[in-house]
Design a protein around this ligand. Structure first.
Ligand SMILES: [Zn+2]
Ligand SMILES: [Zn+2]
Length: 191
């Protein structure tokens, strides 16, 4: 029989390991419209975009759906498995012309959080993934009994976000000499 799912409210983006019940999956869902720390993640993602540069704004959003399961065994001691499904849409500046560019990302991940005391153990020191619960998972550590969800989610979004976004495949960029946006008109330096 499957264990019941409980909902937990996380006011500051830190999930307390003590707040989880062993072997009982917890469902954690958040969106930027109702949680301020989720809104902060969205603000950081869209850094360097000026609202006045967006002519007809599309809705930016960040939805987070997590399942957290605390377990304990000989190999990993107390640990927390987090399965995540995140969708986000937001503006980023085009790398060539800086025009705000609407982007959508989706991240699905599995992470295993071990106790911070294990972080310097030789078997974990140089590794980013572990095999846990018959699956490969990203390795994280919790310190002072807290899992920093804000950091986890920011990092996972970073991994799926295009580092060199273009507002259009054939963006002409800015003139290196005078800064003219060459998508709008040419300048004396470009013929
Ligand atoms: Zn561009
Ligand atoms: Zn020019």
């Amino acid at each position: 029989m499957k264990n019941p799912i409980v909902n937990i409210f996380i006011p500051h983006g830190s999930l307390k390991v003590n707040g989880l019940v062993q072997n009982q999956e917890a469902a954690l869902t958040f969106s930027n419209s109702d949680v301020s720390w989720v809104q902060e993640i969205l603000q950081i993602l869209r850094a360097n975009v000026e609202d006045e540069d967006i002519s007809s704004p599309q809705t930016e959003h960040l939805s987070i759906d997590l399942r957290a399961l605390k377990k304990e065994n000989k190999e990993f001691r107390e640990h927390v498995i987090i399965q995540g499904d995140i969708t986000a849409s937001f503006y980023v500046p085009c790398v060539r012309c800086l025009m705000p560019t609407f982007t959508k990302v989706h991240s699905i991940f599995q992470a295993c959080f071990l106790h911070g005391a294990l972080e310097n153990y030789p078997e974990y020191r140089d590794t980013t993934h572990i095999f846990c619960n018959n699956q490969e998972m990203e390795l994280y550590f919790f310190n002072k009994g807290s899992i920093e969800l804000k950091e986890l989610i920011s990092e996972q979004l970073h991994l799926v976000t295009d580092p060199l976004p273009l507002h259009s495949e054939d963006c002409k960029g800015l003139c290196q000499v005078c800064g003219q946006n060459l998508n709008i008109k040419t300048c004396v330096h470009n013929h």
